[in-house]
Design a protein around this ligand. Sequence first.
Ligand SMILES: C[S@@+](CC[C@H](N)C(=O)[O-])C[C@H]1O[C@@H](n2cnc3c(N)ncnc32)[C@H](O)[C@@H]1O
Length: 203
Amino acid sequence: MEENARLWDVFLDVQRGLPRQGPGNRDSTSRALSLCGDLPENPRVLDIGCGPGMQTLALAQELDSYVTAVDFPAEYLDQLKTCIEAAEVMEQVEALAGDMNALAFAENTFDLIWAEGSAYIMGFAQALEAWWPLKKPGGYLAATELVWLRPEAERPAEATAFFADEYPAMTDVKTTANMFRDHGHDLVGHFTLPDAAPVWRQL
Ligand SMILES: C[S@@+](CC[C@H](N)C(=O)[O-])C[C@H]1O[C@@H](n2cnc3c(N)ncnc32)[C@H](O)[C@@H]1O
């Protein structure tokens, strides 16, 4: 437990002040949103592992929606609040402290579930399985995931060894995309984040 608390301290220290904590940018959030074709007006949205909330803001603004944004550390939720206050969308965003492994929402609640850079924490397949019932029938679940872009033979040995330890479940684009079908869900589309969308270079 103490070790866990220490790890969180280090993690928070490293991430402190960054506007984003994972790969992505506004264009990529918009592109993913454009795949969610027939959302109702003012959709109800859940943003899981929202961090400082750049994508939360994009969702609130672009969809004119009500977004429930969930994360662990109070520090991130404070950063999110500052961000939505500055953008004057406070009435559209609820910042909640919660655990993505045990979300206390009723089934069929959300039109759209969003997870940028956070599904890997549970494992993509596990997250898909756990979160899918929270969305309404016909709703969408959009998530980014770490994948291998090169075939196995072309991967740098150092990277292979690192991810074998850190994220052994990581696989390629096709296998990740197939996880939707494997769980009985339709996949409306996917794309690879561009090189122009690293952690903080472009917002
Ligand atoms: C890589 S960051 C992505 C943050 C944000 N979506 C972004 O792209 O900037 C992953 C986020 O998941 C959060 N997180 C980690 N474990 C969590 C858990 N069990 N429940 C809720 N959030 C969690 C972290 O605090 C962090 O903000």
